[in-house]
Design a protein around this ligand. Structure first.
Ligand code: AMP
Ligand code: TRP
Length: 344
């Protein structure tokens, strides 16, 4: 396996506005990793349709997510930026992996339980099978590293289990086909930094999410300076001043969240931020956070707006990315077919 290149894969759903959680938990990491790795960044539209989507909005949101990647600094020439449904091999490999993954493993997935809610019988089979498609997204490129937010940790563990079971189940055939001891690398999750789980601005116990009904719960990357200021001003806090060390954030989820957001945006640690703001009241800290957020996000927002209007350019990026992705995916899919014993 040591001869395989190190390769990064990650995906973001095209199901609505991207927000500060997506940006700090995932996209800023994508931008850093492009310096040292070959990276594929995918807008996962096949994942989005596991819950109902309006076809016209879905198309627009796929373009918007791609425009966001580029506006945040992902270079689509150096990396492969594409939408999942243009590379049929993701779905093709997912079928093979469906026959490797076990129902017992999927039954443990907490995200399915949360998303399906009480009416589980009525959830789509796609929603249940979602983690297997996610494993296929990663493994079809034999990717080695996967930057994600904390909420995807369990899905990554499943992808690792599927890779290992495939390697074990087909060990003899893998060797016979000249791939040595294993075919799929066991992908490493990259979950790090002060904002791997950005929480709702209205409730420190809930993660910031596209699907929260309150727009005040999140900062969208499309928000303007006034919206950002209003949302931060209204963000829930507690009555005490900021503590001067991280231990003092324990049991204060809203304070912890705002300090984490500040640290991540400033490229500093929480300890460092508290060294400066410890003892300050929230109104002073919120003003500093508003200035920092606007300074960091305004250039991204305006570039996103510009790119979203240039449909031809964005569609061109996605088409070019899909063509390059397909070359890698087809070669690996052919190898999988040989290993499994499917004629081609
Ligand atoms: P999604 O919007 O669910 O497709 O998520 C895309 C990426 O953003 C994944 O890597 C998630 O783990 C990450 N992400 C989503 N919400 C948050 C959050 N509130 N905090 C940190 N990372 C997040
Ligand atoms: N499930 C991820 C999310 O909702 C998105 C995703 C799909 C993904 N396929 C992936 C992330 C592969 C990393 C790698 O956030």
């Amino acid at each position: 396996m040591s001869t395989l290149p190190q390769r990064v894969f990650s995906g973001v759903q095209s199901s609505g506005n991207l927000h500060l959680g997506n940006y700090l938990g995932a996209i800023t990491r994508f931008v850093e990793l492009q310096k040292n790795f070959d990276c594929l960044y995918c807008v996962v539209d096949l994942h989005a349709i596991t819950v109902p989507q309006d076809p016209l909005s879905l198309r627009a949101n796929t373009r918007k997510a791609a425009a966001t990647f580029i506006a945040c600094g992902i270079d689509p020439k150096k990396n492969i930026v594409f939408n999942q449904s243009q590379v049929a091999e993701h779905a093709e490999l997912a079928w093979i992996l469906n026959c490797v993954a076990r129902i017992g493993w999927l039954n443990r997935m907490t995200q399915f339980k949360e998303k399906a809610g009480k009416d589980r019988e009525n959830a789509s089979i796609g929603l249940y099978d979602y983690p297997v498609l996610m494993a296929a997204d990663i493994l079809i490129y034999r990717a080695t590293h996967v930057p994600v937010g904390e909420d995807q940790k369990q899905h990554l563990e499943l992808a690792r289990d599927i890779a290992q079971k495939f390697n074990n189940d087909f060990a003899a055939s893998i060797a016979r086909n000249g791939f040595g001891e294993s075919f799929f690398p066991v992908p490493e999750p990259l979950i790090a930094g002060p904002a791997t789980r950005v929480m709702s601005l209205r409730d420190g116990a809930k993660k910031m999410s596209k699907s929260d009904i309150s727009d005040y719960s999140r900062i969208n990357l499309a928000d303007d300076a006034d919206q950002i200021a209003q949302k931060i001003k209204k963000a829930k806090t507690d009555p005490d001043a900021l503590p001067s060390d991280e231990k003092g954030l324990e049991g204060r989820p809203e304070a912890d969240n705002l300090v984490g957001i500040f640290a991540a945006l400033a490229g500093r640690t929480k300890a460092d931020v508290l060294g400066e703001y410890g003892g300050a009241n929230f109104s002073a800290f919120k003003n500093a956070l508003i200035d920092l957020s606007v300074a960091k996000l305004a250039p991204i927002t305006s570039e996103m707006r510009r790119l979203t209007q240039d449909e031809t350019y964005v569609d061109g990026v996605l088409r070019d990315g899909a063509e390059r992705a397909r070359v890698l995916a087809r070669a690996n899919m052919n190898a999988v077919k040989d290993i499994v014993g499917l004629l081609r």
